[in-house]
Design a protein around this ligand. Structure first.
Ligand code: ADP
Ligand code: MG
Length: 412
C-alpha cells in the first residue's frame, strides 16, 4: 500500500507557486504574497456556537495568495485549485448571493472589511494551497485569512499588527463566509488561522472572544499528532450542522441561559431533567427530550474536557490527554451523532495500534480524525488505519503529522 501523505510546502515554495500563478494569470508582478494556515482542533468540538471553549493548532499547511492593489474597485481572482476558472467583478457588485463559488470567500473578505468601515478597493489575487480541501482542516478560513492580511497591508488598514486587530480581521472573515459564501461557521477556524502562534495551542473562549496561547510541544514528549483525512464524502454536513445549532439554541432558551456555556457542569443533571418535552426548532421541526438531553450533555461535558485538557497542558502532562480525546469522540459519536463509519474506524484502528487517544475533529460527517501517537508508532498506526480502510472497502485516507505552526502573515 502506498501511503498518501499530504506534504506541507515551505514558505519559499508556496510564495513561488502563488507568484508564478499571478504572473501567468495577470501578466504582471504581485505587490506581495500572504499566506495563512489550515487548523486542526485538539478538543472542544461543536462548542464555538455555544459560547464554549475550543483548542485548535495551526497546521504547517498553508494557502498562499499573491496580490496586487489595482486602481478603482475591480477585483480579478484565480486559484490553482479551481480549474473551472476565476472571477472578475467589482467590489460594488459584491453582496449576499451575488458572488458564485469559491470567489465568494475572497471577494467576501473585501466586502466585509468595507462593511466594517475600512477603505478597501480593487485588487488582483492568485491562490495556490497545500491545505487539504473540504477535509475539515479549514481550507476556507486559510483562504479568507490570507486575503484578509493581504488587503490589510495593501490598503494600509493596520489591523494585522496586533491581536485586537486580528480579532477584527477574523470577524470580517467569519462574516464573509456566513453572508457572502453562505456557509454556516462558528468562529474557531478564522480565529485560529489569524490569532494562534507557532509552538502553541490556542485556547479560544468564544463567550468573550479572548484567546490564550498554551505551549504545545509534542516532540519534547516523544509524541506526534497524526491527522487522518478520511476522504469520506460529507453530504449531510450542512443540514445537520444547522440542526445541531438550532437544537442547542432551543435548549438554551428553554433553560433560560444565553448559551449552553452557562450550564454549570456540576448542575448538568438538573438541567437535563428540565428538558422533559419536545421543543420546536427555528428553521422547522422539533427535537425530542432524549435528543435535547444528549446534545446538551455533549456540549457541557465537551467544554469541561477542554478545561481538563488545558490543565494537563499547563502542568506539562500532555501525554495524559489521550482519555479526554477518547471521551470527546464517544460524546460526538453517541450524544451529538456527528461521527460516521470512516471516522469511527480511524479512531478504533489508531488506538488498537498504540495511539494514546484519538477522536474525530472538525464538524464531522466525514472530514478528519486526529490521534496522539508515540513517535515510534506513527508508521504502525498509519498502516493500521490504512488496513482498516482497505478491509472495509473505503477509499484510501491521507495522512499528515501536525506541528503547531504560525498564523497568517506576509511571506514576500
Ligand atoms: P474546509 O474549510 O474544511 O476545507 P469548506 O467547505 O469550509 O471546507 O471550504 C472549502 C471551500 O473553500 C472550497 O470548496 C472552495 O470554495 C473554498 N476554497 C478553499 N481553499 C481554496 C483555494 N485554495 N482556492 C479556491 N477556493 C478555495
Ligand atoms: Mg471551512
Amino acid at each position: 500500500m502506498t501511503t498518501h501523505r499530504v506534504r506541507a510546502w515551505d514558505v519559499a515554495e508556496g510564495a513561488r507557486r502563488a507568484t508564478e500563478a499571478f504572473r501567468a494569470e495577470f501578466g504582471a508582478e504581485p505587490d506581495g504574497v500572504w499566506s495563512a494556515p489550515g487548523r486542526v482542533n485538539l478538543i472542544g468540538e461543536h462548542t464555538d456556537y455555544n459560547g464554549g471553549l475550543c483548542l485548535p493548532i495551526d497546521l504547517p499547511h498553508r494557502t498562499y495568495v499573491a496580490m496586487a492593489r489595482t486602481a478603482g474597485d475591480a477585483i480579478a481572482l484565480a486559484s490553482a485549485q479551481e480549474s473551472s476558472g476565476g472571477w472578475r467583478g467589482a467590489l460594488a457588485d459584491v453582496g449576499p448571493g451575488r458572488v458564485p463559488g469559491w470567489a465568494a470567500y475572497v471577494a467576501g473578505v473585501a466586502w466585509s472589511l468595507a462593511q466594517d468601515g475600512a477603505t478597501v478597493g480593487g485588487f488582483a489575487a492568485a491562490v495556490d494551497s497545500c491545505v487539504p480541501y473540504g477535509a475539515g482542516l479549514s481550507s476556507s478560513a486559510a483562504l479568507e485569512s490570507a486575503v484578509a492580511v493581504g488587503l490589510d497591508e495593501l490598503y494600509g488598514i493596520g489591523l494585522a499588527d496586533d491581536d485586537p486587530g486580528r480579532a477584527r480581521l477574523a470577524q470580517a472573515c467569519i462574516r464573509a463566509e456566513n453572508e457572502i459564501a453562505g456557509a454556516m461557521t462558528g468562529g474557531m477556524d478564522q480565529t485560529s488561522s489569524l490569532r494562534a502562534s507557532a509552538g502553541h495551542a490556542l485556547l479560544y473562549d468564544t463567550r468573550d472572544g479572548s484567546v490564550r496561547h498554551l505551549p504545545f510541544d509534542l516532540a519534547a514528549h516523544g509524541l506526534a499528532l497524526l491527522v487522518v483525512d478520511t476522504k469520506a464524502p460529507h453530504q449531510l454536513a450542512d443540514g445537520q450542522y444547522a440542526n445541531r445549532r438550532a437544537t442547542c439554541d432551543a435548549a438554551a432558551a428553554h433553560l433560560g441561559v444565553a448559551t449552553l456555556r452557562e450550564v454549570d457542569p456540576a448542575a448538568l443533571d438538573d438541567a437535563l431533567a428540565r428538558l422533559d418535552a419536545p421543543l420546536p426548532l427555528s428553521g422547522g421541526g422539533s427535537a425530542e427530550p432524549a435528543v435535547l438531553r444528549a446534545r446538551v450533555r455533549h456540549v457541557v461535558t465537551e467544554i469541561a474536557r477542554v478545561e481538563q485538557f488545558v490543565e494537563l497542558l499547563q502542568s506539562d502532562r500532555v501525554a495524559e490527554v489521550g482519555p479526554l480525546m477518547d471521551a470527546s469522540h464517544a460524546s460526538l459519536r453517541d450524544d451529538y451523532e456527528v461521527s460516521c463509519p470512516e471516522l469511527d474506524a480511524t479512531v478504533e484502528a489508531a488506538r488498537g495500534a498504540g495511539a494514546l487517544g484519538a477522536r474525530m475533529t472538525g464538524g464531522g460527517f466525514g472530514g478528519s480524525a486526529i490521534a496522539l501517537v508515540p513517535v515510534d508508532l506513527v508508521a504502525a498506526v498509519t498502516t493500521a488505519v490504512e488496513q482498516s480502510f482497505a478491509d472495509r472497502g473505503y477509499a484510501p485516507p491521507a495522512f499528515l503529522v501536525a506541528d503547531a505552526a504560525g498564523p497568517a502573515a506576509r511571506d514576500i
